[in-house]
Design a protein around this ligand. Structure first.
Ligand SMILES: N[C@@H](CCC(=O)N[C@@H](CS)C(=O)NCC(=O)O)C(=O)O
Length: 248
């Protein structure tokens, strides 16, 4: 049988992944939010991240819902995301990737949704109201497809062109394009102290992570008072601090 990434078991993936940072494989038990959600038997939840990456959002949420998880940090400066061991976990060569007992999940919006639905309160995803639920997906889709992509033009221009001059041109545009996409959030999308008003949702760790890149992207954050208040509020949370201390 061909052993491709989609045909191997999660435990095999974990074996593969631990070759990146050799360490003992330990079994984790999830803390479920109620008894009827308790999962019987040992299962493993493992997240792959890198310092300064979008994976911080998922790690903050794991801390927020008090899930037990194992964190593996990849060293991008050594190209570990491109090595065969990690490609077996996530052929996209990106972080985050979350190994669950059902399989591997990638893409931040999907991972946030999974963690929240599985371990968190309904309010994290606006489950009480289909419209609020969809608005939360709308916001996170905007972060993933527009804001994160604008940011990637600074360090990852080679995804779009091989021309060194074009790569420089993409980089040069980032302060302007990031300011533009973030201004919409500052002016229109932030509905209160949290993205959706009173309730902390899966949009908040995601926005916080991207907003932590703004200064390096050349955005004038003094002109973004709502976003900076959101950043302060996020920084005051124990879960955010725990995630930051584990990742950075
Ligand atoms: N759409 C993915 C994007 C993930 C992504 O681009 N992650 C970056 C770090 S912020 C990465 O792994 N880059 C490694 C590379 O480009 O080689 C998500 O939202 O999770």
């Amino acid at each position: 049988m061909k052993l491709g990434p989609r045909s191997i078991s999660p435990s095999f993936l974990i074996m593969q992944a631990t070759q990146i940072h050799p360490q003992s494989i330990h079994q984790c038990f999830f803390r479920a939010k109620s008894a009827d959600q308790a999962i019987t038997g040992p299962i493993m939840l493992k997240i792959f991240a890198a310092p300064g990456s979008i994976a911080l959002a998922s790690v903050i949420l794991l801390e927020e819902v008090e899930a037990d998880y194992e964190l593996t940090l990849l060293d991008f400066s050594r190209g570990e995301q491109k090595e065969a061991a990690y490609q077996a976990v996530n052929p996209k060569g990106r972080v985050p990737a979350l190994i669950t007992e059902s399989g591997v999940l990638t893409e931040t919006p999907a991972i946030l949704l999974y963690i929240a639905k599985r371990f968190g309160a309904d309010s994290l995803v606006g489950a009480h109201d289909p419209f609020v639920f969809a608005k939360i997906q709308e916001f996170n889709s905007y972060l993933a497809s527009t804001v994160h992509v604008a940011h990637a033009h600074r360090l990852r221009g080679s995804r779009w062109t091989d021309d060194p001059q074009a790569i420089e041109a993409l980089k040069k545009k980032v302060p302007e394009s990031m300011t533009q996409v973030i201004r919409l959030i500052e002016d229109d999308l932030l509905k209160g102290l949290w993205v959706h008003g009173e309730a902390y949702t899966i949009c908040d760790p995601y926005l916080f992570t991207i907003s932590s890149w703004l200064e390096s992207d050349g955005v004038d954050t003094t002109a973004l008072p709502h976003l900076m208040a959101h950043r302060e509020k996020m920084l005051a949370r124990a879960a955010t601090q725990a995630a930051l201390s584990r990742i950075n």
